[in-house]
Design a protein around this ligand. Sequence first.
Ligand SMILES: NC(=O)c1ccc[n+]([C@@H]2O[C@H](COP(=O)([O-])OP(=O)(O)OC[C@H]3O[C@@H](n4cnc5c(N)ncnc54)[C@H](OP(=O)(O)O)[C@@H]3O)[C@@H](O)[C@H]2O)c1
Length: 298
Amino acid sequence: MPIRILVAGAGGQLGSVLVRELRRGGHEVAALTRAALDVTRREQVLERVAKLRPQAVVNATVFGVEESEDDPKTALAVNAFAVRTLAEACESSDATFLHFSSDFVFDGTATAPYRETDRPNPGSVYGATKLLGELYAQVVPRHFVLRVESLFGIRDGKSTIDRMCVDIRAGRTVSAYYDRTVSPAFVDDVAAATRRLIEGKAPSGVYHCVNAGFTTWHELAMELGRQIGSPSQVVPVSADGLTSKVFRPKFAALSNEKLANLGIELPAWQSAVGRALAAPLPSATPVPGSGIRPAPRS
Ligand SMILES: NC(=O)c1ccc[n+]([C@@H]2O[C@H](COP(=O)([O-])OP(=O)(O)OC[C@H]3O[C@@H](n4cnc5c(N)ncnc54)[C@H](OP(=O)(O)O)[C@@H]3O)[C@@H](O)[C@H]2O)c1
């Protein structure tokens, strides 16, 4: 059965891929960019959700890592209070709420991949506001909070991994940290997992939605080089001397076992890289617009 789904932040990296995946799955999707729905405008959100009466709301909006450090007030507004509003709207409409979070809720001191039961301890404004957003999302009776990290395969060259691919393909030298560990997430796999959660009967909760396994940025860049066919241009560097205004977790690997135990398996990151490199470029980002009609009142 097609599901009526509202996607907020539909013009973003993840949002635009999600819209494509959900529409491909036969669902009726209202793909709302910031111009169509500013999630920080409470009345607008409540009114829009009440009018469209979606069965599921997906929040792919975010105020970014660096920007949050510079402007904590907006970070709170977008990453936390807007989530509270969306949650309130979902509760009133009896809709499922699917919200995205981040590995930045952890402090990066672990030595094994973080599980959903591990205690968050954010070290940045971004991480703290994302954690608050997670808490607000969880008041909705049917909710999913998906923590993702290091998204790739977006093909606009904006993400770190996609930029590395562009550089390696162009024969440019790539410097990559050998002392930072991540679990990369292929955006197509995240979108497919999101669709399955919305369609299925999984219990509400927080889920780590990344490809299986983990790697240092250096190993990752080497693998990209191998798969692209030019492994020699990757230089290992340390993140230790890095001067950055933002705290970034050193060990940010996430275990995706909880999702896998539900039968939603995100394959190993190496195979995801292969699929991302082989994927054809999309002809265009889906045109955002209100693809769903207001539901008839029952
Ligand atoms: N990318 C990653 O590697 C990564 C890593 C960890 C977690 N995540 C999580 O994944 C989710 C999606 O991230 P992303 O990388 O796709 O982000 P993105 O590309 O920056 O997209 C975010 C979207 O949110 C929109 N937005 C910002 N403020 C808004 C507002 N007030 N009202 C409505 N829309 C607003 C932006 O619109 P404008 O373009 O108009 O600003 C943008 O289209 C977020 O929850 C993020 O925390 C991503």
